[in-house]
Ligand binder design. Structure first.
Ligand code: ARG
Length: 575
C-alpha cells in the first residue's frame, strides 16, 4: 500500500482541502517517535476556524473509524502524527522501487514543456578554468534532473566567441603566432599571444586600433579575419571537447555570442519602437530605475554591440525557436546583475517570457592550500584538477589493493581510479547549495569515510559485492514482490529514503539544486552502512527474511546508482 497517498486521500476527504495542498503540508518528522508522517494542523485552523488541537483530535477520532487499520494516529499539540505498519510499508517500497528499475524517479510532469539549460559557456581562446567546471557540472546535473521529470531539455553552450578581444587575437597571431604550438596546445598558445598583445600594446598603442579594425573586418565578414577566427574557435572547441567527453557532458548546440550578433538590429528595432532606447554620452541605453537597476547599455558609443545586447538577442531567438517553459542560465553569481538587467529590459519591452528566464547562480571556487600543479600561471584548469584527483585516487586504490591482496589488474585499477577521481570532483561541486563558495580540500574530497564520492562509491561497491555473492550462491530470486517481514529501524529508514527519491528529484528541480538528490543518495549510503555493520545480510538464518533483505539491498543499490547517474556520476561495481 502507498501509505502516503492513502493518508493524503483520507485527509483530503475529511477536510475538503485539495490533496495537492495536503501533500504539501504533510511532513516527515525528523524524529521517528513523532510519527512516520505528520500533519501540522495550523494552516487548516485558519480555513476551518477552529483551534489546531481541536482539529487534530477530531481527525484522530475519525481515523479510528475510517482510516486503514495499518495506520495508527496520535495527537501531539496541533499535530496529527501517523504511524504506519513498517513491514508492509517496506515491502511496498522495495517492490515499487524494483519494478521501476532503471526508470526509478521517471515522471511525466514535464511533458510538453521545453526547458533550456544554458551552461558551461567558456570563452574561446581562454583556459577552461574551475569556474567553468562549476557551471558545466551543475548544468549537466540539472539537465539530467529535468529530463528525468519528462521535460524536453535543450542544452545550450553560449560560447564566448565574440567581441573586441578577437581583433586582438587576430593581430597578435599575425605578429607572433607559432603555428606548431597552435596545433599542439591551442589554448596555451592563444593565451600566450593574447598576454603578449597586452604587454606590447602598453608601448605601442597603435596595436589597439589595429585590433579594433581587425574586429570590424571580422564583423563585416571579411574572409581572412573570419577564417582565422573560425580556426581559433575550432581549435579551442577541440580542447574543450576533451574535457566534456571525459565528464560525459554533451550539448544540443553551441550557439555562442557570435551566433546572435546579426540579430541585434532586431533588438534595437524592438526597443526603439517602444521608445525605450535613450541616448547617453553617445551610447544607446535602456534606463531601468523603476527596477532599481543601473541602465542597460545596448549599443556602445562607437556603435558596437556588447555582451548584454547579444544576450537580449539570444532570448528573442530562444522564444521564437523553442517557446520555452523556462530559460535557465547556469552562470556564476557575479553575473547576477547582468542577468537582472537583461531580464528587466525584456520585461519593460512587454515580453511575458522574461518572467520565465532564470539565472541559476553559484559561488566561487577557492583553493586554500594551493597545492595544485598548474600549467598556466594563476588559473586552475579543470583538466589539471581532474588529473590530480584521479592520480591521488589511484594511489589509494593501489595501497588498498596491496593491503587486501586483491587480484585487481593495473588496467582495472586505472579505470576505477578515473571514475572515482572524476566523481570526487563532481560531488564536491554538487554536495552543497550552489550559492555557497567551494573550498577545495583533497582530504575531504577523497575521504573514504566522509560526505564524499569515494564514500558513496565504496558503499555501493560493497553492497554490490554482497549481491554478487548472493547470486553465486543462488540466493537471488527473480521474483520482484518482496515479503512483508522486515521491520528493523534501519530497514525502515532505508525504505523511507527510497520512497522519497522522486520527491528529492522534484525538489532539486524546483530549486535548481542538485545537492538535494546528492544528499538523499549520501543518506542512503550512510544508512546502509550502519545497517550492514549491525546486521549480516547473507548470514541471515531465516531464508524468507534473508530474501527480503537481499531485495531491499537491490533496491538500495538501484537508488544509489540512479541517484549518482542523475547528477552525472558513474557508479563503480567494485573497488
Ligand atoms: N562566457 C561567459 C563567461 O565565461 C559566460 C556566458 C554566460 N551566458 C550568457 N548567456 N551570458 O563568463
Amino acid at each position: 500500500m502507498d501509505y502516503r497517498a492513502s493518508i493524503v486521500r483520507w485527509l483530503a476527504d475529511e477536510t475538503g482541502v485539495l490533496s495537492e495542498q495536503i501533500d504539501d503540508w504533510l511532513e516527515i518528522p525528523p524524529q521517528p517517535e513523532l510519527g512516520d508522517f505528520a500533519l501540522p494542523c495550523f494552516q487548516l485552523a485558519r480555513s476551518l476556524h477552529k483551534a489546531p488541537l481541536a482539529i487534530a483530535k477530531e481527525l484522530a477520532e475519525q481515523a479510528s473509524v475510517y482510516l486503514d487499520r495499518k495506520i495508527q494516529v496520535q495527537v501531539v499539540g496541533g499535530y496529527l502524527n501517523f504511524f504506519i505498519d513498517r513491514a508492509s510499508y517496506i515491502s511496498h517500497v522495495v517492490t515499487k522501487t524494483l519494478k521501476a528499475g532503471e526508470q526509478l524517479g521517471v515522471s511525466d510532469e514535464g511533458e510538453g514543456k521545453t526547458v533550456i539549460v544554458e551552461f558551461s559557456s567558456p570563452n574561446i581562446a581562454k583556459p577552461f578554468h574551475v569556474g567553468h567546471a562549476f557551471t558545466t557540472i551543475l548544468g549537466h546535473a540539472l539537465y539530467r534532473l529535468y529530463d528525468r521529470l519528462g521535460y524536453r531539455v535543450v542544452r545550450m553552450n553560449h560560447l564566448g566567441d565574440y567581441g573586441t578581444q578577437f581583433g586582438k587575437l587576430i593581430v597578435a597571431y599575425r605578429l607572433w603566432g607559432d603555428e606548431t604550438a597552435l596545433q599542439h596546445e591551442p589554448i596555451n598558445e592563444l593565451l600566450r599571444i593574447y598576454v603578449r598583445f597586452h604587454d606590447e600594446a602598453k608601448d605601442r598603442p597603435e596595436l589597439e586600433s589595429e585590433a579594433r579594425q581587425a574586429f570590424r573586418k571580422l564583423e563585416a565578414g571579411e574572409k581572412a579575419e573570419k577564417e582565422l577566427w573560425q580556426r581559433f574557435k575550432d581549435l579551442s572547441l577541440q580542447e574543450f571537447s576533451a574535457v566534456y567527453q571525459r565528464l560525459g557532458v554533451e550539448f544540443d548546440n553551441y550557439n555562442g555570442e557570435s551566433f546572435y550578433s546579426d540579430r541585434i538590429p532586431e533588438v534595437v528595432d524592438l526597443l526603439r519602437r517602444q521608445g525605450l532606447l535613450v541616448e547617453s554620452e553617445g551610447a544607446q541605453i535602456v534606463p531601468l530605475e523603476e527596477y532599481d537597476l543601473p541602465p542597460c547599455i545596448v549599443i556602445k558609443s562607437d556603435g558596437t554591440t556588447i555582451y548584454a545586447s547579444r544576450d537580449l538577442a539570444a532570448v528573442l531567438y530562444r522564444i521564437e525557436r523553442y517557446q520555452f517553459f523556462k530559460n535557465i542560465y547556469v552562470v556564476g553569481s557575479p553575473q547576477a546583475l547582468h542577468f537582472r538587467q537583461v531580464f528587466a529590459v525584456l520585461d519593460k519591452a512587454g515580453i511575458p517570457e522574461a518572467k520565465n528566464c532564470v539565472h541559476v547562480g553559484f559561488g566561487l571556487v577557492k583553493f586554500p592550500d594551493r597545492k595544485l600543479s598548474t600549467r598556466s600561471g594563476d588559473v586552475i584548469l579543470l583538466s589539471d584538477l581532474l588529473n590530480e584527483s584521479v592520480e591521488k585516487t589511484l594511489t589509494t586504490i593501489r595501497e588498498n589493493a596491496q593491503i587486501r591482496q586483491t587480484d585487481m589488474s593495473e588496467e582495472e585499477m586505472q579505470s576505477i581510479a578515473e571514475k572515482i577521481g572524476l566523481s570526487a570532483v563532481i560531488y564536491t561541486f554538487l554536495r552543497n547549495s550552489r550559492e555557497r563558495d567551494i573550498v577545495f580540500s583533497w582530504d575531504e574530497m577523497l575521504d573514504f569515510d566522509g560526505d564524499s564520492a569515494p564514500y558513496v562509491q565504496y558503499t555501493y561497491a560493497r553492497a554490490r559485492s554482497i549481491l554478487r555473492k548472493a547470486e553465486e550462491a543462488g540466493l537471488l530470486s527473480k521474483q520482484i514482490e518482496s515479503p512483508a517481514v522486515l521491520d528493523h529501524d534501519d530497514e525502515f529508514a532505508l525504505a523511507k529514503l527510497l520512497d522519497g527519491f522522486t520527491e528529492a528529484i522534484r525538489r532539486a528541480v524546483a530549486l535548481n539544486e542538485p545537492y538535494i538528490l546528492v544528499r538523499q543518495v549520501t543518506s542512503l549510503a550512510r544508512t546502509f552502512n550502519k545497517y550492514y555493520n549491525s546486521e549480516s545480510i547473507l548470514g541471515t538464518a531465516d531464508p524468507v527474511v534473508r530474501a527480503a533483505r537481499l531485495r531491499l539491498l537491490q533496491a538500495v543499490c538501484l537508488g544509489i546508482r540512479t541517484g549518482l547517474d542523475l547528477v552525472g556520476i558513474t557508479a563503480v561495481e567494485r573497488m
